[in-house]
Design a protein around this ligand. Structure first.
Ligand code: ATP
Length: 377
């Protein structure tokens, strides 16, 4: 019987519970045993009650509508060090587990891959120390891993959508609707700052869905002189009868020189040069909370189920995969290829090579739609 451990790590995202639930049930359905690791890699290092075997009824249907991750997540320094990973290996072998499904960001998946690569070395150390049986390496020659990406930012190369991004978009739209009614009453301009770290996905897509007057995304920094162009654009919208303006600002927005563009800076410009009564709303963690959207619940279910199937099919020679969405299909993409592309993207952003960064993003034709229908940057 294969034993699978499921772990959520890094930042939480809506839809993770659906993924864990589907994984648990798909594993049991296929006669595998499945364990939930609580509190991310911390739980793997600690062992004990942090690693619990799951049953069919552990994940009751009500949990699918909860955001976040009910098995908990954490950032774990200990797992970054070899001694931490030795403890983690002992905790897995002690339970007969040599299959690991990790839902997290690129850090969590990199950690999982390192853990997998070191598996033989870690088990050899444990055998030498007499902490696990001598035949452990014969019984568990490899650690099979599979990755799922949970992130509201949709910033990972290898899947068109990450678990949580769609729910965050819904939350942004709900908040924007509320802001638009008050902005209209007072004829105000709002600068809406959304999350995404260095990825403009949430800002771009929500800006399109809101019909924003202007958006700032990190991948398409505005050319010099944007201040005047933005003010002229907003004034023009008022002149034809608009009672409000909405600007969507990605938290990681920069100008072409790589300098951060802040909400306060945009506000000051609008007050000074466009004489607009301007307010800032920073949405923050509400974007990461609350109930997952239908899309994220289904995406989580499909990815969780596919991940377990890929583990069940794994042999000693299988390369580790990330489960991705391409079109309407679940695909298995080599994990390290995805991590590397994601790293290259970060590097391109560091070097202000925005064109290269944009090439690796999942924006599809939304960027050109936005250019065609609205103004930005
Ligand atoms: P998010 O995108 O939400 O930040 P993430 O998975 O990228 O998610 P990190 O904080 O980078 O978040 O990583 C989560 C955990 O994964 C870390 O606390 C650490 O335990 C483990 N981890 C990350 N990188 C490594 C690494 N290079 N080696 C070993 N473990 C790692």
């Amino acid at each position: 019987t294969k034993c699978i451990a499921v772990i959520t790590s890094g930042g939480d995202a809506q839809g993770m519970n659906a993924a864990v639930r589907a994984a648990v049930r798909m594993a049991i359905y296929n006669d595998a045993r499945v364990f939930a690791v609580h509190e991310g890699y911390q739980g793997l290092v600690e062992g004990e009650d942090f690693i619990k075997e799951m049953t069919w009824s552990n994940f009751l249907i009500v949990l699918i509508l909860k955001g976040g991750t009910i098995i908990g997540t954490a950032r774990c320094q200990e797992f970054r060090a070899k001694e931490g990973r030795i403890k983690a290996a002992k905790n897995l072998v002690g339970r007969g587990i040599s299959n690991l499904m990790v839902i997290g960001g690129d850090g969590s998946l990199t950690g999982a891959n390192l853990f997998r690569r070191e598996w033989t070395e870690l088990l050899t150390i444990l055998i030498e120390r007499g902490e696990i049986p001598e035949n452990s390496l014969i019984e568990y020659p490899v650690l099979n891993i599979v990755g799922l990406v949970g992130s509201i930012d949709n910033d990972f190369c290898g899947t068109k959508m990450t678990i949580g991004a769609d729910s965050a978009l819904h939350r942004i739209l709900e908040c924007a609707n509320a802001i638009i009614t008050t902005a209209s009453s007072h004829r105000r301009t709002f600068v809406l700052e959304v999350m995404g770290r260095r990825c403009g996905y949430l800002a771009l897509i929500s800006g399109l869905a809101i019909g924003a007057d202007w958006i700032f995304i990190p991948e398409v920094p505005p050319e010099d002189g944007w201040e005047e162009r933005m003010c002229a654009q907003l004034k023009a919208a008022r002149n034809v009868g608009n009672r409000l303006n909405i600007i969507v600002l990605a938290e990681g927005a920069v100008d072409i020189h790589g300098n951060a563009i802040t909400a306060e800076q945009v506000k000051q410009i609008l007050v000074k040069y466009a004489q607009q009564d301007t307010r800032i709303t920073v949405l923050g963690h509400v974007q990461r909370g609350g109930s997952p959207s239908a899309f994220d619940r289904i995406l989580g279910c499909r990815m969780g189920a596919e991940a377990v199937l890929s583990l069940l099919e794994s042999t000693v020679d299988t390369t580790p995969f990330v489960i991705g969405l391409q079109g309407n299909d679940m695909i298995r993409v080599p994990l390290m290829e995805c991590v590397e592309k994601t790293r290259n993207l970060a590097k391109a952003m560091d070097e202000h090579n925005f064109e290269a960064a944009l090439d690796l993003r999942n924006f599809g034709n939304t960027l050109s739609i936005f250019k065609g229908c609205n103004y930005y940057s």
